[in-house]
Ligand binder design. Structure first.
Ligand code: SF4
Ligand code: SF4
Length: 208
């Protein structure tokens, strides 16, 4: 999908067609998404998301393991958190049951995507159409990147720290099962700040 840099203004308004929540989509989420979705689901551990086959780990660039939503396969492929319902004018719509605050950050930011370049110490944003035919991209509604950043500032910070841990893990190739058990599965009754701070201090070379 074509990506163009965003400086400040971009045009977009979601029509809730649900297309980007169904079909063959790969939605990678972050460790705070695991925490907030588990808590909303009343799971005492993020492990339930994996046991219930809602989320799995996938290997991304630099050999790092990251969580990805498992789409249901039957009768069609769709996100387990997608709800289809009739909208205005009796048109079938697709709604996110995690909207707005429990929604994964990547979904909440779409179509703005953040690119973190640790090597050059740069953060940039690109406009990425959620699907090839996303009607929202044809809207003339103006959106401001600075307002989006302000609204989700805290989550952007948490995700940045998560990315920085993964960046450090590049040097230590950790097997999937170890990442799952020692990094991504945790109890959800502690404050997330504590959970993340523990992971920032983890001696990953000793995990192997
Ligand atoms: S494809 Fe575009 S318009 Fe449809 S739900 Fe996704 S973002 Fe909204
Ligand atoms: S989490 Fe919500 S917005 Fe993201 S793919 Fe699933 S239903 Fe769509």
């Amino acid at each position: 999908m074509k990506q163009t840099p965003i400086d400040e203004i971009y045009h977009f308004k979601c029509t809730s067609c649900g297309d980007c929540c169904s079909g063959h989509m790969e939605i990678n989420i972050n460790i705070y998404d695991l925490y907030k979705i588990s808590r909303k689901s009343n799971f005492s551990s993020t492990g339930e998301l994996f046991e219930r086959r809602l989320v799995k780990l996938v290997q991304v660039q630099n050999n790092c393991w990251t969580p990805q939503i498992i789409f249901k396969k039957l009768p069609l492929e769709f996100c387990p958190w997608l709800i289809n319902d009739m909208g205005d004018n009796d048109i079938l719509k697709g709604f996110c049951s995690l909207h707005p605050t429990t929604k994964p950050l990547i979904c909440r930011m779409a179509p703005a995507g953040r690119v973190v370049d640790f090597h050059n110490h740069q953060i940039s944003y690109v406009l990425t159409p959620p699907t090839e035919n996303c009607h929202g991209m044809k809207s003339t509604q103006e959106n401001r990147l600075s307002l989006l950043e302000r609204d989700i500032h805290d989550e952007l910070e948490l995700e940045y720290r998560f990315y920085r841990i993964l960046e450090n893990l590049k040097k230590v190739k950790i097997p999937e099962d170890v990442m799952l058990k020692k990094f991504y599965i945790f109890n959800t009754d502690s404050p997330f700040e504590q959970i993340l701070a523990e992971r920032e201090k983890m001696p990953f070379n000793l995990m192997l």
